[in-house]
Design a binder for this molecule. Sequence first.
Ligand code: C2E
Ligand code: MG
Ligand code: MG
Length: 631
Amino acid sequence: MSDPFRDALRMAALYLVLSVLWLALSDQLLSSLFDNPQQLARWQLISAYAWVLCSALLIFSSRARLLNFIGVGARLRREDRERLRMAAAVFDSTLEGVLVTDSEGLIVHVNRAFMRITGYDKEEVIGQRPNKFKSGRHDAAFYQEIFATLAQKGEWSGEIWNRRKSGEVYPQWQTICSIHDDCGKLSHYVAVFSDISAIKHTERELIYLAHHDPLTDLPNRLLFNDRAEQALATAQSNKRGCALLLLDLDHFQSINDGLGHNVGDQLLKVVGERLKALLGSGVTLARLGGDEFAVLTEQCPQVGPAAALAQNIIDAMKEPFILDNQRLFVSVSIGISLFPSDALSAEQLLRNADSALFKAKASGRAGYALYTEELTAHAQQRVETTAELRRALEQEELRVYFQPVHDLRNGAMIGVEALVRWQHPERGLVPPGEFIPIAERSGLIAEIDNWVLRQACSQMVQWQAEGRQLLYVAVNISSRLFSQRDLYQQVAKVLHDTGLDPALLELEVTESAVMDNPEVALEQLHRLRELGLRLAIDDFGTGYSSLLRLKRLPVQKLKIDQGFVAGLPHDEDDVAIVRVIIALGKSMGLQVLAEGIEQVEQAQFLLEYECELGQGYWFGRPVPAQQLRWN
Ligand code: C2E
Ligand code: MG
Ligand code: MG
């Protein structure tokens, strides 16, 4: 009870006690004091005045206290009302839905946000139970858990799926509190919730983005690895196999560089679509990055079907792609690895498929290769060879051999090609095919080519001094060196250091080196040409030259790849190709040289079709400088 009220009561009680005492005792007290009736009457009058005064004082003071109390109460009630009004406003304007039930679980109040989120009007839900909104996504145990937590802690928070009036199921983040009255008895439950479907959507979108390639909409490496792990686990428990095919587009870089990244992107997209259509469902297709795609299939557990699938893919890619009204031809190389015969983990399977892909690329592209144990051995050997190659360079184990180049018309040796060998202390003479690709991968090729160039130039200077009649020495330059901006400076330095006349030097670059990155190659070739040396395109016919590009290259010679010469003069295809290359070279004012001439008939055929120059075992194998036979 508040103090002013208690004071007022206390005053009233005091007044009552004093009144009773006054009535009972005042007359007796005055009569005993005064015998004189006149005196007695005067004092009775005085005391009556005094009593009235005292009563008035007491009444005033308690009234003031009482009024004071009444005033405070009124003010308090006003504040409470204000507070309630404010709470109601907040309650109604908050973005969270609010639902209040009584202790029986019947809805007694909902706010505006509740109506907006659920789609229900107030009248439709008051008096009803909240299970009206159940989505059916949670079992009974879930709700029991909520009530148990509420009973124990008085509060529960969590994610819950409910159903809107429209029937749509959506996620809420909900907090439920139990409310107790002054006596501690449960009076209400208040649930506050927000609609988190937008957040969920973004979350889903983020998860999707993290697992898919935005360009092709295919699974990315992350998801592919995940699926591969799962597939292997299922395959293992079902005692079945599966195959992983790793695809890489051939010469994609030249499309990117020549036609622009936009076209490159579009091409990747349509390649993805074509693969998807070809493979159908039940197969995991992913883009692992760049122009690399992966296929995981449980339908081809054996070598035969897996190879057949690879061939299907290769054939499907042969159909031209139409982009921006242009017909684009692409081919694909595929590496295959099988579970469980080649590898037991997804990671290993992918690594093996990569080795197989490397093999497919090395053996001429537009084909597939299978992973075998032998390939793993190769990979290991590659690592070892790199270390050994470093040592070989330091300890000068490399040798330069020279193969003669002849004029087919008179048979005279007019030049030589420098070809590197490795005099291995245990393995003997190692041909370049076994270490050049490794040197290219490890970057050692720059040093090797530079060394060979220096040796060849020095040798040529020496021959000149000896009066040997040679028009040129040809040196092979790896495509890897094209990415080095200072390539022409390195060549210029060697020419300067050795003192060789640049006109006596010819550099050979392979056709695929030029076509893999035509813009860069073009720039490099122009710079080299400015040094005064000559340029030849090696292994011509194996790349995918566009004639237009070829015309722009500052080259003076085409070397027909020995693969086409081998079939001469009987293989019709080879005959046709060789004739076309010779005619093409001539029409562009280029010299044409045929490599790999092993038989006199081949030389005769070539001469007949006006190929000027030839090189091959028929004329002479590559040999050390001192073993060259001079005219
Ligand atoms: P390439 O430049 O096309 O060299 C011609 C290859 O054909 C040489 O193989 C040569 O020995 C071989 N050859 C010549 N005549 C005949 C023949 O009548 N029949 C057959 N079957 N083969 C013949 P080699 O020396 O093993 O070189 C292979 C490739 O290695 C070369 O092909 C070249 O691309 C690369 N290479 C060689 N030396 C170097 C080098 O110093 N630097 C770089 N980057 N690559 C080199
Ligand atoms: Mg060559
Ligand atoms: Mg060649």
